[in-house]
Design a protein around this ligand. Sequence first.
Ligand code: NDP
Length: 492
Amino acid sequence: MVNTEIHKEIPAFAGIRNYINGVYIHPIQDNWIDNYNPSNGVVYGKIPNSSKEDVENAYIAAKSAFPSWSQTTLEERSRILIKISELLEANLQRFAEAESKDNGKPVSLAKKVDIPRAASNFRFFGNAITQFASESHESVGQDAINFTLRQPIGVVACISPWNLPLYLFTWKIAPAIAAGNCVIAKPSEITPMTAYLLGDICTKAGLPNGVLNIVHGLGTTTGQAIIEHRDIKAISFTGGTATGAHIAKVAAPLFKKLSLELGGKNPNIIFADCDYEDMLNTTIRSSFANQGQICLCGSRIFVEASIYAKFKNDFVTRVKALKVGHPSKASTNIGALVSNSHLEKVMNYIEIAKAENATILCGGKKVVVKDYENGYYIEPTVIEVTSNNCRVNQEEIFGPVVTIMPFESEDGVLEMANSVNYGLSATLWTNDLKRTMRMSNQLQTGIVWVNTWMMRDLRTPFGGVKASGVGREGGFEALRFFTEAKNVCIKY
Ligand code: NDP
Protein backbone atom coordinates (compact mmCIF):
# COMPACT_ATOMS: atom_id res chain seq x y z
CA MET A 1 0.00 0.00 0.00
CA VAL A 2 1.31 3.43 -0.91
CA ASN A 3 1.72 5.87 1.98
CA THR A 4 -0.61 8.78 1.15
CA GLU A 5 0.07 11.57 3.58
CA ILE A 6 -0.73 14.38 1.21
CA HIS A 7 0.58 17.92 1.16
CA LYS A 8 -2.07 19.69 -0.87
CA GLU A 9 -0.38 23.10 -0.92
CA ILE A 10 3.13 23.24 -2.29
CA PRO A 11 4.64 26.65 -1.55
CA ALA A 12 7.59 27.21 -3.86
CA PHE A 13 10.39 26.91 -1.33
CA ALA A 14 8.84 25.07 1.60
CA GLY A 15 10.23 21.71 2.68
CA ILE A 16 10.84 19.19 -0.06
CA ARG A 17 8.87 15.93 -0.04
CA ASN A 18 8.98 12.81 -2.10
CA TYR A 19 6.55 12.70 -5.04
CA ILE A 20 4.96 9.28 -5.01
CA ASN A 21 1.78 8.20 -6.74
CA GLY A 22 1.08 11.79 -7.80
CA VAL A 23 1.25 13.35 -4.33
CA TYR A 24 3.92 14.88 -2.10
CA ILE A 25 4.62 12.74 0.96
CA HIS A 26 6.99 12.64 3.94
CA PRO A 27 9.78 10.07 4.11
CA ILE A 28 8.58 7.16 6.24
CA GLN A 29 11.44 7.36 8.75
CA ASP A 30 11.21 11.15 9.05
CA ASN A 31 14.91 11.37 8.25
CA TRP A 32 16.07 14.67 6.69
CA ILE A 33 19.19 16.24 5.13
CA ASP A 34 20.15 19.93 5.03
CA ASN A 35 19.94 21.70 1.70
CA TYR A 36 22.58 24.43 1.22
CA ASN A 37 22.52 27.55 -0.89
CA PRO A 38 26.04 27.58 -2.41
CA SER A 39 25.99 31.34 -3.03
CA ASN A 40 26.02 32.11 0.71
CA GLY A 41 26.67 28.78 2.42
CA VAL A 42 23.35 28.96 4.30
CA VAL A 43 21.05 25.98 4.91
CA TYR A 44 17.73 27.02 3.40
CA GLY A 45 15.71 23.83 3.46
CA LYS A 46 15.48 20.17 4.32
CA ILE A 47 15.09 17.23 2.00
CA PRO A 48 14.10 13.64 2.78
CA ASN A 49 16.84 11.07 3.16
CA SER A 50 14.56 8.36 1.84
CA SER A 51 14.90 4.81 3.08
CA LYS A 52 14.37 1.40 1.49
CA GLU A 53 10.71 1.64 2.57
CA ASP A 54 10.24 4.89 0.64
CA VAL A 55 11.80 3.32 -2.44
CA GLU A 56 9.49 0.32 -2.01
CA ASN A 57 6.56 2.71 -1.71
CA ALA A 58 7.63 4.37 -4.97
CA TYR A 59 8.03 0.96 -6.58
CA ILE A 60 4.49 -0.09 -5.58
CA ALA A 61 3.11 3.14 -7.07
CA ALA A 62 5.08 2.65 -10.29
CA LYS A 63 4.13 -0.99 -10.57
CA SER A 64 0.44 -0.24 -10.16
CA ALA A 65 0.59 2.40 -12.92
CA PHE A 66 2.11 -0.18 -15.26
CA PRO A 67 1.04 -1.61 -17.68
CA SER A 68 -1.90 0.77 -18.05
CA TRP A 69 0.50 3.65 -18.86
CA SER A 70 2.18 1.54 -21.53
CA GLN A 71 -1.22 0.90 -23.09
CA THR A 72 -2.10 4.56 -23.58
CA THR A 73 -1.97 5.64 -27.20
CA LEU A 74 1.20 7.26 -28.48
CA GLU A 75 -0.79 10.43 -29.17
CA GLU A 76 -1.97 10.58 -25.56
CA ARG A 77 1.55 10.08 -24.17
CA SER A 78 2.89 12.63 -26.61
CA ARG A 79 0.22 15.17 -25.62
CA ILE A 80 1.07 14.87 -21.91
CA LEU A 81 4.82 15.16 -22.47
CA ILE A 82 4.36 18.25 -24.61
CA LYS A 83 2.07 19.72 -21.95
CA ILE A 84 4.81 19.19 -19.33
CA SER A 85 7.19 21.02 -21.66
CA GLU A 86 4.78 23.95 -22.01
CA LEU A 87 4.26 24.20 -18.25
CA LEU A 88 8.02 24.26 -17.69
CA GLU A 89 8.32 27.09 -20.19
CA ALA A 90 5.48 28.96 -18.48
CA ASN A 91 7.37 28.64 -15.16
CA LEU A 92 10.79 29.50 -16.59
CA GLN A 93 11.70 32.27 -14.13
CA ARG A 94 10.63 30.29 -11.05
CA PHE A 95 12.51 27.18 -12.13
CA ALA A 96 15.62 29.14 -13.13
CA GLU A 97 15.76 30.89 -9.75
CA ALA A 98 15.27 27.60 -7.93
CA GLU A 99 18.04 25.94 -9.96
CA SER A 100 20.44 28.79 -9.33
CA LYS A 101 19.69 28.83 -5.60
CA ASP A 102 20.35 25.10 -5.31
CA ASN A 103 23.36 24.84 -7.60
CA GLY A 104 25.11 28.23 -7.54
CA LYS A 105 24.96 28.67 -11.33
CA PRO A 106 24.07 32.13 -12.67
CA VAL A 107 20.29 32.59 -12.98
CA SER A 108 20.94 33.86 -16.50
CA LEU A 109 22.50 30.49 -17.44
CA ALA A 110 19.66 28.48 -15.91
CA LYS A 111 17.19 30.68 -17.77
CA LYS A 112 19.01 30.42 -21.09
CA VAL A 113 20.15 26.80 -21.00
CA ASP A 114 19.04 24.50 -18.16
CA ILE A 115 15.30 25.08 -17.97
CA PRO A 116 14.66 25.56 -21.72
CA ARG A 117 16.61 22.36 -22.33
CA ALA A 118 14.49 20.48 -19.75
CA ALA A 119 11.40 21.69 -21.59
CA SER A 120 12.97 20.60 -24.92
CA ASN A 121 13.62 17.13 -23.50
CA PHE A 122 9.90 16.60 -22.91
CA ARG A 123 8.88 18.17 -26.21
CA PHE A 124 11.49 16.20 -28.15
CA PHE A 125 10.60 12.79 -26.71
CA GLY A 126 6.88 13.63 -26.86
CA ASN A 127 7.36 13.97 -30.61
CA ALA A 128 9.99 11.24 -31.03
CA ILE A 129 7.76 8.52 -29.61
CA THR A 130 5.24 9.08 -32.40
CA GLN A 131 8.04 8.46 -34.95
CA PHE A 132 9.64 5.47 -33.22
CA ALA A 133 9.30 2.52 -35.58
CA SER A 134 10.55 -1.04 -35.40
CA GLU A 135 11.89 -3.29 -38.14
CA SER A 136 10.56 -6.21 -40.09
CA HIS A 137 12.55 -8.79 -42.10
CA GLU A 138 11.03 -11.01 -44.72
CA SER A 139 12.77 -14.42 -44.77
CA VAL A 140 12.67 -14.87 -48.52
CA GLY A 141 12.39 -18.51 -49.66
CA GLN A 142 11.22 -19.65 -46.23
CA ASP A 143 7.68 -18.26 -46.31
CA ALA A 144 8.23 -16.36 -43.09
CA ILE A 145 8.29 -12.82 -41.86
CA ASN A 146 9.97 -11.46 -38.75
CA PHE A 147 9.04 -8.28 -36.99
CA THR A 148 10.34 -6.62 -33.85
CA LEU A 149 8.15 -5.56 -30.98
CA ARG A 150 9.59 -2.72 -28.91
CA GLN A 151 8.12 -3.30 -25.46
CA PRO A 152 8.51 -1.02 -22.44
CA ILE A 153 10.58 -2.57 -19.69
CA GLY A 154 8.27 -1.87 -16.76
CA VAL A 155 9.58 -0.02 -13.73
CA VAL A 156 12.89 1.72 -14.45
CA ALA A 157 15.20 4.01 -12.48
CA CYS A 158 16.76 7.34 -13.42
CA ILE A 159 19.58 8.70 -11.23
CA SER A 160 21.14 12.06 -12.01
CA PRO A 161 23.93 14.40 -10.77
CA TRP A 162 24.00 17.98 -9.48
CA ASN A 163 25.76 19.87 -12.25
CA LEU A 164 22.85 20.26 -14.70
CA PRO A 165 20.09 19.19 -12.33
CA LEU A 166 16.78 19.47 -14.20
CA TYR A 167 18.42 19.28 -17.63
CA LEU A 168 19.88 15.80 -16.97
CA PHE A 169 17.04 14.56 -14.76
CA THR A 170 14.52 15.15 -17.56
CA TRP A 171 16.91 13.85 -20.25
CA LYS A 172 16.29 10.43 -18.68
CA ILE A 173 12.73 10.70 -17.43
CA ALA A 174 11.25 12.01 -20.70
CA PRO A 175 12.32 9.05 -22.91
CA ALA A 176 11.57 6.56 -20.13
CA ILE A 177 7.94 7.61 -19.79
CA ALA A 178 7.55 8.31 -23.51
CA ALA A 179 8.45 4.66 -24.14
CA GLY A 180 5.69 3.54 -21.74
CA ASN A 181 7.69 2.78 -18.59
CA CYS A 182 6.93 3.88 -15.06
CA VAL A 183 9.82 5.59 -13.32
CA ILE A 184 11.52 5.93 -9.97
CA ALA A 185 13.82 8.91 -10.20
CA LYS A 186 16.41 10.27 -7.79
CA PRO A 187 18.02 13.67 -8.31
CA SER A 188 21.28 14.53 -6.57
CA GLU A 189 20.70 15.25 -2.93
CA ILE A 190 22.73 18.43 -3.40
CA THR A 191 20.31 19.89 -5.98
CA PRO A 192 16.80 18.52 -5.35
CA MET A 193 14.66 21.63 -5.79
CA THR A 194 13.72 21.66 -9.47
CA ALA A 195 13.10 17.89 -9.40
CA TYR A 196 10.75 18.54 -6.50
CA LEU A 197 8.91 21.26 -8.43
CA LEU A 198 8.66 19.01 -11.48
CA GLY A 199 6.24 16.66 -9.67
CA ASP A 200 3.59 19.33 -9.44
CA ILE A 201 4.04 20.22 -13.12
CA CYS A 202 3.56 16.58 -14.12
CA THR A 203 0.34 16.31 -12.11
CA LYS A 204 -0.95 19.51 -13.70
CA ALA A 205 -0.08 18.19 -17.16
CA GLY A 206 -2.25 15.14 -16.52
CA LEU A 207 0.46 12.50 -16.06
CA PRO A 208 -1.34 9.60 -14.36
CA ASN A 209 -0.42 8.91 -10.75
CA GLY A 210 2.49 6.53 -10.29
CA VAL A 211 4.00 6.99 -13.76
CA LEU A 212 6.73 9.21 -12.32
CA ASN A 213 7.86 8.87 -8.71
CA ILE A 214 10.61 11.10 -7.34
CA VAL A 215 12.49 10.03 -4.23
CA HIS A 216 15.07 12.27 -2.60
CA GLY A 217 18.04 11.26 -0.51
CA LEU A 218 21.69 10.32 -0.35
CA GLY A 219 23.25 8.10 -2.96
CA THR A 220 24.46 5.73 -0.32
CA THR A 221 20.98 5.21 1.18
CA THR A 222 18.23 6.08 -1.32
CA GLY A 223 20.33 5.49 -4.43
CA GLN A 224 21.64 2.23 -3.06
CA ALA A 225 18.09 1.03 -2.28
CA ILE A 226 17.10 1.77 -5.87
CA ILE A 227 19.99 -0.02 -7.52
CA GLU A 228 19.57 -3.07 -5.26
CA HIS A 229 15.83 -3.36 -5.92
CA ARG A 230 15.32 -6.69 -7.67
CA ASP A 231 12.29 -5.61 -9.70
CA ILE A 232 13.66 -2.38 -11.13
CA LYS A 233 14.87 -3.75 -14.43
CA ALA A 234 16.83 -0.86 -15.92
CA ILE A 235 18.91 2.01 -14.60
CA SER A 236 19.85 5.11 -16.49
CA PHE A 237 22.62 6.80 -14.52
CA THR A 238 24.63 9.99 -15.01
CA GLY A 239 27.34 10.79 -12.49
CA GLY A 240 30.88 10.04 -11.47
CA THR A 241 32.92 7.13 -12.84
CA ALA A 242 33.44 5.55 -9.40
CA THR A 243 29.69 5.58 -8.71
CA GLY A 244 29.04 4.16 -12.17
CA ALA A 245 31.46 1.30 -11.52
CA HIS A 246 29.74 0.59 -8.20
CA ILE A 247 26.30 0.55 -9.83
CA ALA A 248 27.54 -1.82 -12.54
CA LYS A 249 28.84 -4.20 -9.86
CA VAL A 250 25.54 -4.21 -7.95
CA ALA A 251 23.40 -4.44 -11.08
CA ALA A 252 25.30 -7.19 -12.91
CA PRO A 253 24.13 -10.19 -10.81
CA LEU A 254 20.57 -8.85 -10.99
CA PHE A 255 20.81 -8.63 -14.82
CA LYS A 256 19.64 -5.05 -14.98
CA LYS A 257 19.92 -3.08 -18.18
CA LEU A 258 22.36 -0.17 -17.67
CA SER A 259 23.10 3.13 -19.33
CA LEU A 260 26.06 4.86 -17.70
CA GLU A 261 27.03 8.44 -18.56
CA LEU A 262 30.16 9.14 -16.52
CA GLY A 263 33.06 11.55 -16.12
CA GLY A 264 35.26 13.21 -18.72
CA LYS A 265 38.70 14.76 -19.21
CA ASN A 266 38.08 16.23 -22.60
CA PRO A 267 40.77 17.54 -24.95
CA ASN A 268 40.29 20.87 -26.73
CA ILE A 269 42.71 20.74 -29.68
CA ILE A 270 43.53 24.02 -31.40
CA PHE A 271 45.35 24.10 -34.74
CA ALA A 272 46.90 27.28 -36.14
CA ASP A 273 44.57 27.30 -39.16
CA CYS A 274 41.39 27.76 -37.10
CA ASP A 275 39.10 30.81 -37.07
CA TYR A 276 40.94 32.39 -34.16
CA GLU A 277 38.34 34.74 -32.64
CA ASP A 278 35.58 32.15 -32.86
CA MET A 279 37.89 29.61 -31.23
CA LEU A 280 38.87 32.01 -28.44
CA ASN A 281 35.27 32.97 -27.59
CA THR A 282 34.10 29.36 -27.60
CA THR A 283 37.11 28.15 -25.63
CA ILE A 284 36.24 30.60 -22.84
CA ARG A 285 32.78 29.02 -22.77
CA SER A 286 33.92 25.40 -23.09
CA SER A 287 36.36 25.94 -20.23
CA PHE A 288 34.23 27.86 -17.73
CA ALA A 289 30.51 27.51 -18.51
CA ASN A 290 28.62 26.44 -15.38
CA GLN A 291 31.83 27.05 -13.36
CA GLY A 292 33.49 24.30 -15.44
CA GLN A 293 31.13 21.78 -13.90
CA ILE A 294 29.99 20.18 -17.15
CA CYS A 295 31.13 16.68 -18.06
CA LEU A 296 31.77 18.03 -21.60
CA CYS A 297 34.00 20.97 -20.67
CA GLY A 298 37.29 20.99 -22.56
CA SER A 299 39.58 20.87 -19.55
CA ARG A 300 42.82 19.96 -21.40
CA ILE A 301 43.68 22.61 -23.98
CA PHE A 302 46.34 21.65 -26.53
CA VAL A 303 47.53 24.48 -28.82
CA GLU A 304 49.69 24.18 -31.94
CA ALA A 305 53.14 25.53 -31.06
CA SER A 306 53.15 28.28 -33.74
CA ILE A 307 50.23 30.12 -32.08
CA TYR A 308 50.81 29.01 -28.49
CA ALA A 309 52.37 32.27 -27.20
CA LYS A 310 49.61 34.40 -28.73
CA PHE A 311 46.87 32.08 -27.46
CA LYS A 312 48.34 31.96 -23.97
CA ASN A 313 48.42 35.75 -23.75
CA ASP A 314 44.94 36.32 -25.24
CA PHE A 315 43.28 33.51 -23.31
CA VAL A 316 44.70 34.51 -19.93
CA THR A 317 43.72 38.16 -20.55
CA ARG A 318 40.16 37.09 -21.32
CA VAL A 319 39.97 34.73 -18.33
CA LYS A 320 41.16 37.45 -15.96
CA ALA A 321 38.27 39.62 -17.16
CA LEU A 322 35.62 37.05 -16.19
CA LYS A 323 33.54 38.25 -13.27
CA VAL A 324 33.07 35.96 -10.31
CA GLY A 325 29.96 36.95 -8.39
CA HIS A 326 26.58 36.20 -6.93
CA PRO A 327 24.51 34.02 -9.30
CA SER A 328 21.57 36.44 -9.34
CA LYS A 329 23.63 39.35 -10.73
CA ALA A 330 23.40 39.92 -14.47
CA SER A 331 27.11 40.86 -14.55
CA THR A 332 28.22 37.48 -13.14
CA ASN A 333 30.10 35.12 -15.48
CA ILE A 334 31.20 32.62 -12.84
CA GLY A 335 28.80 31.79 -9.99
CA ALA A 336 29.43 29.59 -6.95
CA LEU A 337 30.64 26.00 -6.98
CA VAL A 338 28.00 23.54 -5.89
CA SER A 339 29.25 22.72 -2.38
CA ASN A 340 32.00 23.44 0.07
CA SER A 341 33.44 19.94 -0.24
CA HIS A 342 33.56 20.32 -4.01
CA LEU A 343 35.30 23.70 -3.64
CA GLU A 344 37.92 22.05 -1.41
CA LYS A 345 38.38 19.23 -3.94
CA VAL A 346 39.02 21.77 -6.72
CA MET A 347 41.40 23.79 -4.52
CA ASN A 348 43.28 20.61 -3.73
CA TYR A 349 43.92 20.06 -7.45
CA ILE A 350 45.50 23.52 -7.64
CA GLU A 351 47.88 22.45 -4.87
CA ILE A 352 48.58 19.21 -6.74
CA ALA A 353 49.43 21.25 -9.86
CA LYS A 354 51.87 23.40 -7.88
CA ALA A 355 53.46 20.32 -6.34
CA GLU A 356 53.92 18.93 -9.87
CA ASN A 357 55.76 22.14 -10.86
CA ALA A 358 53.01 23.37 -13.17
CA THR A 359 52.60 27.15 -13.57
CA ILE A 360 49.40 28.87 -12.42
CA LEU A 361 48.96 31.49 -15.15
CA CYS A 362 45.91 33.07 -13.52
CA GLY A 363 43.40 32.33 -10.77
CA GLY A 364 44.01 29.57 -8.27
CA LYS A 365 42.49 31.31 -5.26
CA LYS A 366 39.15 31.38 -3.45
CA VAL A 367 37.09 34.53 -3.94
CA VAL A 368 35.25 36.35 -1.18
CA VAL A 369 32.12 37.95 -2.67
CA LYS A 370 30.90 40.97 -0.73
CA ASP A 371 27.74 40.23 1.29
CA TYR A 372 28.06 36.51 0.46
CA GLU A 373 31.31 35.81 2.31
CA ASN A 374 30.45 32.17 3.07
CA GLY A 375 29.66 31.25 -0.54
CA TYR A 376 31.77 28.75 -2.47
CA TYR A 377 33.59 30.92 -5.00
CA ILE A 378 36.87 30.39 -6.82
CA GLU A 379 38.76 32.30 -9.50
CA PRO A 380 38.75 30.84 -13.02
CA THR A 381 42.13 29.19 -13.24
CA VAL A 382 44.53 28.45 -16.10
CA ILE A 383 47.43 26.10 -15.46
CA GLU A 384 50.33 25.67 -17.86
CA VAL A 385 51.60 22.10 -17.84
CA THR A 386 54.61 20.54 -19.53
CA SER A 387 53.35 16.98 -19.72
CA ASN A 388 50.04 15.26 -20.35
CA ASN A 389 50.91 12.70 -17.70
CA CYS A 390 50.51 15.00 -14.70
CA ARG A 391 47.55 14.45 -12.40
CA VAL A 392 45.74 17.66 -13.38
CA ASN A 393 45.74 16.41 -16.98
CA GLN A 394 44.64 12.89 -16.09
CA GLU A 395 42.02 13.30 -13.35
CA GLU A 396 38.62 14.97 -13.59
CA ILE A 397 38.66 18.25 -11.62
CA PHE A 398 35.13 19.37 -12.60
CA GLY A 399 35.61 23.03 -11.76
CA PRO A 400 36.69 26.30 -13.42
CA VAL A 401 40.21 25.00 -13.98
CA VAL A 402 41.85 24.24 -17.33
CA THR A 403 45.34 23.28 -18.37
CA ILE A 404 47.16 24.48 -21.47
CA MET A 405 50.19 23.10 -23.27
CA PRO A 406 51.67 23.35 -26.78
CA PHE A 407 51.95 20.56 -29.35
CA GLU A 408 54.17 20.15 -32.41
CA SER A 409 52.41 17.57 -34.58
CA GLU A 410 49.03 16.07 -35.36
CA ASP A 411 50.21 12.61 -34.33
CA GLY A 412 51.66 13.94 -31.10
CA VAL A 413 48.48 15.72 -30.04
CA LEU A 414 46.34 12.74 -30.98
CA GLU A 415 48.49 10.56 -28.78
CA MET A 416 48.09 12.97 -25.83
CA ALA A 417 44.35 13.42 -26.41
CA ASN A 418 43.82 9.66 -26.25
CA SER A 419 46.24 9.01 -23.39
CA VAL A 420 43.70 9.32 -20.61
CA ASN A 421 41.22 6.93 -18.98
CA TYR A 422 38.20 8.94 -20.08
CA GLY A 423 36.59 9.21 -23.52
CA LEU A 424 33.56 11.46 -23.47
CA SER A 425 34.10 14.31 -25.92
CA ALA A 426 36.79 16.16 -27.86
CA THR A 427 36.82 19.55 -29.52
CA LEU A 428 38.85 20.24 -32.62
CA TRP A 429 39.63 23.66 -34.11
CA THR A 430 40.84 23.52 -37.71
CA ASN A 431 39.75 24.41 -41.23
CA ASP A 432 41.52 21.44 -42.80
CA LEU A 433 38.88 18.93 -43.89
CA LYS A 434 41.27 16.01 -44.33
CA ARG A 435 42.72 16.56 -40.87
CA THR A 436 39.19 16.87 -39.45
CA MET A 437 38.32 13.45 -40.83
CA ARG A 438 41.61 11.83 -39.78
CA MET A 439 41.32 13.15 -36.24
CA SER A 440 37.56 12.47 -35.87
CA ASN A 441 38.16 8.87 -36.85
CA GLN A 442 40.97 8.37 -34.37
CA LEU A 443 39.90 10.32 -31.30
CA GLN A 444 38.76 7.84 -28.65
CA THR A 445 35.62 9.67 -27.57
CA GLY A 446 31.86 9.35 -28.00
CA ILE A 447 31.53 12.89 -29.34
CA VAL A 448 33.76 15.11 -31.49
CA TRP A 449 32.91 18.77 -31.96
CA VAL A 450 34.67 20.53 -34.83
CA ASN A 451 34.81 24.35 -34.72
CA THR A 452 32.08 24.43 -32.09
CA TRP A 453 31.34 23.11 -28.60
CA MET A 454 28.29 21.63 -26.92
CA MET A 455 26.10 22.15 -29.94
CA ARG A 456 23.40 19.59 -29.27
CA ASP A 457 20.86 18.11 -31.65
CA LEU A 458 18.67 15.86 -29.52
CA ARG A 459 18.39 13.28 -32.31
CA THR A 460 22.09 12.41 -32.08
CA PRO A 461 23.60 9.62 -29.96
CA PHE A 462 25.15 10.89 -26.75
CA GLY A 463 27.63 9.05 -24.52
CA GLY A 464 31.22 8.13 -23.92
CA VAL A 465 33.76 5.34 -24.26
CA LYS A 466 36.36 3.99 -21.81
CA ALA A 467 35.75 5.28 -18.24
CA SER A 468 33.22 7.82 -19.56
CA GLY A 469 30.46 5.29 -19.79
CA VAL A 470 28.56 2.51 -21.45
CA GLY A 471 25.64 2.94 -23.82
CA ARG A 472 24.17 5.89 -25.66
CA GLU A 473 21.29 8.22 -24.87
CA GLY A 474 19.57 10.74 -27.12
CA GLY A 475 17.12 10.33 -29.98
CA PHE A 476 15.97 6.81 -30.75
CA GLU A 477 18.98 5.43 -28.82
CA ALA A 478 17.24 6.48 -25.60
CA LEU A 479 13.93 4.94 -26.70
CA ARG A 480 15.79 1.74 -27.60
CA PHE A 481 17.40 1.68 -24.16
CA PHE A 482 14.04 2.06 -22.44
CA THR A 483 12.43 -0.76 -24.44
CA GLU A 484 13.12 -4.46 -24.93
CA ALA A 485 13.27 -5.74 -28.50
CA LYS A 486 11.30 -8.92 -29.04
CA ASN A 487 11.44 -10.68 -32.39
CA VAL A 488 8.29 -12.38 -33.65
CA CYS A 489 8.75 -14.87 -36.50
CA ILE A 490 5.61 -15.89 -38.42
CA LYS A 491 5.67 -18.74 -40.91
CA TYR A 492 2.88 -18.33 -43.43
P1 NDP B 1 27.94 11.11 -8.25
O1 NDP B 1 28.36 9.89 -8.95
O2 NDP B 1 28.48 11.40 -6.90
O3 NDP B 1 26.36 11.14 -8.07
C1 NDP B 1 25.44 11.01 -9.15
C2 NDP B 1 24.13 10.51 -8.60
O4 NDP B 1 24.30 9.18 -8.11
C3 NDP B 1 23.60 11.33 -7.43
O5 NDP B 1 22.20 11.37 -7.49
C4 NDP B 1 24.10 10.51 -6.26
O6 NDP B 1 23.39 10.77 -5.07
C5 NDP B 1 23.86 9.11 -6.78
N1 NDP B 1 24.59 8.06 -6.09
C6 NDP B 1 25.75 8.14 -5.37
N2 NDP B 1 26.07 6.94 -4.84
C7 NDP B 1 25.11 6.07 -5.25
C8 NDP B 1 24.86 4.68 -5.03
N3 NDP B 1 25.65 3.93 -4.27
N4 NDP B 1 23.78 4.12 -5.61
C9 NDP B 1 22.96 4.85 -6.38
N5 NDP B 1 23.11 6.18 -6.59
C10 NDP B 1 24.18 6.78 -6.04
O7 NDP B 1 28.21 12.31 -9.25
P2 NDP B 1 28.05 13.87 -8.97
O8 NDP B 1 26.65 14.15 -8.52
O9 NDP B 1 29.19 14.30 -8.10
O10 NDP B 1 28.18 14.47 -10.43
C11 NDP B 1 29.40 14.80 -11.01
C12 NDP B 1 29.86 13.70 -11.95
O11 NDP B 1 28.89 13.47 -12.94
C13 NDP B 1 31.12 14.09 -12.68
O12 NDP B 1 32.02 13.02 -12.68
C14 NDP B 1 30.64 14.35 -14.09
O13 NDP B 1 31.61 14.15 -15.07
C15 NDP B 1 29.52 13.37 -14.21
N6 NDP B 1 28.61 13.77 -15.29
C16 NDP B 1 28.58 13.03 -16.44
C17 NDP B 1 27.79 13.42 -17.52
C18 NDP B 1 27.72 12.61 -18.78
O14 NDP B 1 26.77 12.80 -19.53
N7 NDP B 1 28.66 11.72 -19.06
C19 NDP B 1 26.98 14.65 -17.44
C20 NDP B 1 27.08 15.32 -16.19
C21 NDP B 1 27.88 14.89 -15.16
P3 NDP B 1 23.82 11.96 -4.06
O15 NDP B 1 24.61 12.95 -4.79
O16 NDP B 1 22.53 12.49 -3.64
O17 NDP B 1 24.58 11.31 -2.96
